[in-house]
Design a protein around this ligand. Structure first.
Ligand SMILES: Nc1ncnc2c1ncn2[C@@H]1O[C@H](COP(=O)(O)OP(=O)(O)OP(=O)(O)O)[C@@H](O)[C@H]1O
Ligand SMILES: [Mg+2]
Length: 474
């Protein structure tokens, strides 16, 4: 309830996080994310100050950070003291607008949009917000006390789904803005994007930010089953409809009543089922397999496809009328290769998501980052996520992730496949870093010899190593 009130009244987003996630939670808030790097680095010290303030606090504290940006936080207590915090991010005070706009690393127009989306709170608002955050923290403390085993998970699941949509590239900011608008409406939405670009993530965000958030969110992949099974899964069947139908079975459309139905890979639906779906969209009714009585439901449909449905329409593989029904609101997700500037943010996000809970966050070396930046990522964000997971497993207990941990496919693939989509500076860095790391192995760590091999001076080599984060002594 506190989360909803904070959102509706003040436009603040409440999360419950463990103490070590505090810095990242601040850093992820939009206005913070878009600050220039030097300013954003203050997040770490902001988080430290906030952590200090939370120790022993009974109610909520207001943290005033850079350019008047503030967060409201209250401690969550476990058996052993403060284990986490309820944090509402991110507001600003009215008089800091100019200062903040100047620090935002975006065009003037984008800065205006960010400012618009960042809540402006009066001192009175802040008092109310503090009350709500403190109440949420008390509820979370009770949860942590009654179930300490799962408290960590409970804290993590309190995170806000929009926070999971990482990215500040213009292409993705457009999408985030659109998703916010789409979420508030009731219309059917169609999400188009290559495999692994986040279609399901967007569908969930639409549901959980819309008026149906408390009702079910149901997912069915239309390419997973054969036609008969899919029809029965979607619409249910009556007893005796086919061999094995020993009793009436409710379909997923009924299960989704009042909520949202995410129809994934809708382009794979057969012509017969397309007709049935069209009827649900037009009249809100359908008939179970073998049934005679139509059933009425109130379901919002969000569909997704990696195929180009309009091209399928012109080839007569997809019904035109259904296409127009689905395509009321269209969201196109950019492939990762068109938003490479988001890779560092995504990497950090996945490092945190997949590191074992008891370990400190390992660091991606600049050399490894350069390799990741140079690759075209045909499998998009999902592929990147798997790669980071793999690197974490291979890294064991080391706290630095170097280029040697990256799959060979990615080392090789990037250069050959799409060098021109990469900023040249990144390409140069990646190439230099690969030459040095490979050379160090070959020269068995003899830097004098390596410098000679590479035709550079020893001090130049050292400087490059330092700059690229290559530990030449290893
Ligand atoms: N903007 C994003 N920020 C953070 N994580 C993301 C983002 N987009 C996608 N992901 C993550 O990438 C993975 C793939 O996303 P998702 O399953 O939504 O993609 P998809 O388009 O449905 O893929 P597929 O076509 O393979 O079904 C998920 O783990 C998701 O959480
Ligand atoms: Mg999917």
């Amino acid at each position: 309830m506190a989360r909803e009130l904070l959102r509706d009244w003040f436009g603040l987003e409440l999360s419950a996080v463990s103490l070590d996630q505090l810095g990242d939670t601040l850093a992820e808030a939009e206005a913070y994310r878009l600050l220039s790097r030097t300013v954003a680095e203050r997040c770490a010290s902001d988080a430290a100050a906030l952590t200090d303030a939370l120790q022993g606090a009974t109610g909520a504290v207001v943290h005033r950070g850079v350019a008047g940006l503030c967060a409201v936080a209250a401690p969550i207590y476990g058996a052993a003291g403060v284990v986490g915090a309820a944090v509402a991010t991110l507001a600003r005070t009215a008089d800091s607008e100019g200062e903040l706009a100047a620090l935002l690393c975006v065009t003037a127009e984008e800065a205006r949009a960010v400012l618009e989306r960042t809540a402006v709170l009066s001192e009175q608002d802040l008092l109310h917000a503090k009350d709500l955050v403190a109440q949420a923290a008390r509820a979370a403390s009770r949860l942590a006390a009654s179930d300490p085993e799962n408290a960590g998970q409970a804290l993590a699941s309190g995170r806000h789904p929009f926070l999971e949509m990482i990215g500040t590239a213009p292409a993705i900011l457009e999408v985030t803005k659109l998703v916010e608008k789409v979420a508030k409406s009731h219309a059917t939405a169609l999400i188009h994007g290559e495999s692994g670009t986040g279609k399901e993530l967007v569908a969930r965000a639409i549901h959980y930010h819309g008026p149906r958030a408390k009702k079910p969110f149901v997912v069915q992949n239309c390419s997973a089953f054969n036609d008969n099974l899919l029809e029965s899964a979607l619409f249910g069947h009556v007893r005796g409809a086919f061999t094995g139908a020993v009793k009436d079975q409710r379909g997923l459309f009924e299960a989704a009543d009042g909520g949202t139905f995410f129809l994934d890979e809708v382009g794979d639906m057969s012509a017969a089922l397309q007709v049935k779906l069209l009827r649900v969209l037009q009249e809100g009714t359908f008939t179970p397999v073998g049934g005679t009585k139509p059933i009425k439901v109130d379901v919002r449909v969000v569909a997704a496809s990696h195929k180009d449905l309009s091209a399928m329409v012109s080839r007569r593989e997809f019904r035109e009328d259904l296409f127009y029904r689905l395509n009321v609101l269209k969201i196109s997700l950019p492939p990762l290769r068109d938003r490479k500037s988001d890779i560092p943010l995504l990497v950090r996000h996945f490092l945190r998501k997949h590191q074992p809970a008891n370990r400190t966050l390992p660091r991606m070396t600049p050399a490894a980052m350069a390799v990741l930046m140079a690759y075209p990522w045909p499998g998009n964000i999902r592929e990147l996520e798997h790669e980071i997971e793999r690197m974490l497993v291979l890294a064991g207990n080391t706290d630095e992730l170097g280029p040697s941990l990256i799959s060979t496919r990615i080392h090789g693939g990037g250069q050959a496949a799409a060098p021109l989509t990469v900023p040249l500076a990144d390409l140069v860095r990646a190439t230099i870093s690969q030459a040095i790391t490979a050379g160090l192995v070959r020269a068995a760590g003899d830097r004098e010899a390596l410098a000679r091999d590479l035709g550079v001076s020893r001090p130049y080599l050292e400087a490059q190593c330092a700059q690229l984060g290559i530990d030449a002594s290893r």
